[in-house]
Write a protein that binds this ligand. Structure first.
Ligand code: FMN
Length: 323
């Protein structure tokens, strides 16, 4: 998610789940091909080894450009290349990619084929169920039919359509109704494809419900705002009964050490700590925690201890779990 799932958030998310696949923010393919020399690519594509398994999401509509971009990402060590066919923002539409490509499945197929030819890691597609007046299931079916023939066998479908004009990206994530039944039907029609569902999924029990019908579930906003709600994903979704959620103390110790390590490399304190605001939600003291973290972000302080801040806000040692 743009401006949210950066490397620092992903590091924090990994403290809660080791097995879930994490995604980068969308990177425009031509941004990569225009910056093949110099340090900029390192800044946007480098990640910490703990972030594996990790998919890089690319945006674009030119097969040659995306083929080169995909290869660069494979060299950086990503586990999967994901193509964005879901974003309806004006900026993305101006480039004629994102959700508007739902109207051009042949073009998406060409892009997928070019990327698959240039890398050996999986190439997957994140898409909508339709755009504008594409209300019926047949459009979605046709899209998946054409793109799967280019060799894509993993589809992550945001279960609502997008309006290309008239709604903001945020409205396009809430106003068009969720149609989970379209995605379930897709799985029935294409049992050999890996069909994953996205949109409005709030926690692990809801993930488990969808997994009765499809192969995977992608969680966006809920995972960002309350990553701790996914601390049971490894045991309950991935079947690792041994995996034990970290205590608040362990989480804070890890994030504290990571933040100081990143600051020594030149990052601002806010780069990491801005992602901590949603921790400990719904606990007595969580309002103080939010205020204290906001103050820390503004202070540019280098001398802090997150466990100490926790004690100040909650009046106890951070011994229990985060959620
Ligand atoms: C701030 C923000 C940025 C997003 N950026 C991207 C993006 O870069 N690529 C993408 O495929 N989806 C993006 N999305 C959409 C989410 O991936 C997801 O499809 C959508 O929020 C619905 O899922 P959710 O209800 O679990 O959040 C973004 C969503 C938000 C809230």
């Amino acid at each position: 998610m743009m401006a949210y799932t950066d490397r620092h958030f992903r590091y924090i998310m990994r403290l809660f789940t080791k097995r879930s696949l994490l995604y980068t923010e969308m990177v425009v393919g031509s941004t990569i091909t225009h910056n093949l020399k110099g340090d900029y690519l390192n800044r946007i594509l480098e990640f910490d080894p703990v972030e594996h398994p990790i998919a890089v999401q690319l945006g674009g509509d030119e097969p040659e450009t995306l083929a080169v971009a995909a290869r660069v990402c494979e060299d950086f060590g990503y586990d999967e290349i994901n193509l964005n066919v879901g974003c309806p923002s004006d900026r993305v539409q101006k480039g004629r990619f994102g959700a508007c490509l739902m109207k051009e499945p042949e073009r998406v197929a060409d892009v997928v084929a070019a990327m698959r030819n240039s890398v050996s890691i999986p190439v997957t597609v994140k898409h909508r169920i339709g755009v504008d007046d594409q209300d019926d299931y047949e459009h979605l079916h046709r899209f998946v039919d054409i793109v799967s023939k280019a060799g894509c066998d993993v589809f992550i479908a945001h279960a609502r359509k997008a309006w290309l004009k008239g709604l903001s990206p945020a409205q396009n994530r809430s106003i068009p109704p969720l149609k989970y039944d379209f995605i379930y039907r897709l799985k029935q029609d294409y049992p050999h494809l890996n069909i994953q569902i996205n949109g409005g999924i709030m926690d692990v029990p809801q993930v488990l419900h969808h997994l009765k019908y499809v192969d995977g579930a992608m969680v966006g906003r809920a995972a960002y705002h309350q990553p701790q709600l996914f601390e049971r994903a490894d045991s309950e979704v991935f079947g690792e009964p041994e995996s034990r959620p970290l205590s608040a103390h362990e989480v804070l110790e890890a994030v504290n050490a990571y933040t100081h390590r990143r600051m020594a490399l030149g990052d601002k304190v806010s780069f990491v700590t801005k992602h901590l605001v949603g921790l400990f939600k719904n606990q007595p003291g969580s309002r103080r925690w939010r205020q204290r973290i906001s103050k820390l972000i503004q202070s540019k302080s280098t001398n802090f201890d997150l466990a100490e801040i926790y004690r100040e806000c909650f009046g106890v040692e951070p011994v229990s779990s985060v959620s």
